[in-house]
Design a protein around this ligand. Structure first.
Ligand code: NDP
Length: 316
């Protein structure tokens, strides 16, 4: 049997190109997405080998849907070699929070809580896989880290003491720290939670299971639909700025290839690592293990995040 990878959010951008790259390497890709016709179209357009993927419905914003997805995946009868938590929403112009069906602020619910539940449920499948090399990869981003240039632009992420999570994270609460709603910060906070989740998974399960837990920042993929909810001017300006001024721009193909490498290549089998690339825009730019932000390496905060998230998704 081909090694099987589940990737969330494969209709566009990084996830789509990661799926393409892994399918071309002979992996079987379970494309987990919420828009099936869009996915069918995208897979056709990129000529992804038909025998190497299936499309399964998931709405990461809904805990019920995540649970149903896991059931459906198990019904396929495939053993799981890798999971990539990639899907995300970014709603920078939003003034009032949107809510998930479970009542949580939507970007945190989609980017973090949905993936937190998915990772915890599929841990069992990764454990049961006969493959000696199983991996769980969560997409990070430079904006999670105020120690880096790309992370210095306000508003900065701040989980505080997770007061918002502690209080149940439902109306009128909108943010992890319980403070005022701020859509850009909500995205960045969710990415801090993604990195913390990877590190907690590593701490809790690497030794006992042998599973490799990693995160990566593939570079600034400035022209993906992630920015579709931004001002049209920003959508034009941002890729130009990243290509010509910061040099941080990375194509969707290259970003997808980097995800595929972290999933499949032997040199990325280092659990607990957060991978980044020097000379980001260059294909030969070297990867290295990068230190994550102070909040994302704070073990106490990681444990709190885990405990509260487990309650919010109904695992505790
Ligand atoms: P895209 O918007 O192109 O892709 C996001 C994917 O997530 C889409 O397939 C989208 O599906 C899916 N998605 C969103 N909400 C849900 C949901 N509720 N259920 C299921 N799927 C959902 O963005 P990118 O490719 O840029 O982003 C992918 C990842 O890379 C994210 O984790 C992001 O944080 C990270 N990243 C991106 C960077 C960049 O510069 N672009 C830089 C660093 C990290 P649909 O088509 O249905 O909306």
């Amino acid at each position: 049997q081909k090694p099987t990878v589940i990737i969330t959010g494969t209709t566009s951008g990084v996830g789509l190109y990661a799926a393409k790259s892994l399918a071309q390497r002979g992996w079987f890709v379970v494309m987990a997405c919420r828009d099936i016709p869009k996915m069918e179209q995208a897979a056709k357009e990129l000529n992804i080998p038909r025998d190497n993927y299936s499309i399964e419905f998931i709405d990461l914003g809904s805990l019920d849907s995540v649970r149903r997805f896991v059931k459906n995946f198990r019904a396929l009868g495939r053993s799981l070699t890798a999971l990539v938590c990639n899907a995300a929403i970014y709603l920078p112009l939003l003034k009032e929070p949107l809510r998930s069906p479970d009542g949580y602020e939507l970007s945190m619910a989609t980017n973090h809580l949905g993936h937190f539940l998915l990772s915890n449920l599929l841990l069992e499948d990764l454990k049961n896989s006969p493959s000696p090399d199983r991996r769980l990869v969560i997409l990070g981003t430079v904006t999670h880290n105020p120690d880096e240039l790309g992370g210095k632009i306000p508003p900065r992420p701040d989980l505080g003491d997770l007061e918002g999570f502690a209080k149940g994270f439902k109306e009128p609460i909108t943010m992890a720290d319980g403070k005022k709603f701020e859509s850009v910060k909500a995205y960045k906070d969710s990415k801090v939670c993604n990195v913390l989740t990877m590190r907690e998974l590593h701490k809790r399960y690497h030794e006992s299971t042998g599973i490799t837990f990693t995160s990566l920042y593939p570079g600034c993929v400035a022209d993906t639909p992630l920015f579709r909810n931004h001002y049209p001017f920003f959508q034009q300006f941002f890729p130009w700025f990243q290509k010509n001024i910061t040099g941080g721009y990375v194509s969707q193909e290259l970003a997808g290839e980097r995800v595929a490498m972290v999933v499949a290549d032997p040199q990325y089998r280092q659990s607990g690592a957060y991978w980044s690339w020097g000379n980001r825009q260059k294909k030969e730019g070297k990867s290295f293990v990068q230190r994550v932000s102070p909040q994302a390496r704070d073990e106490e905060r990681g444990e709190k995040m885990w405990e509260y998230s487990a309650k919010l998704v109904g695992l505790a």
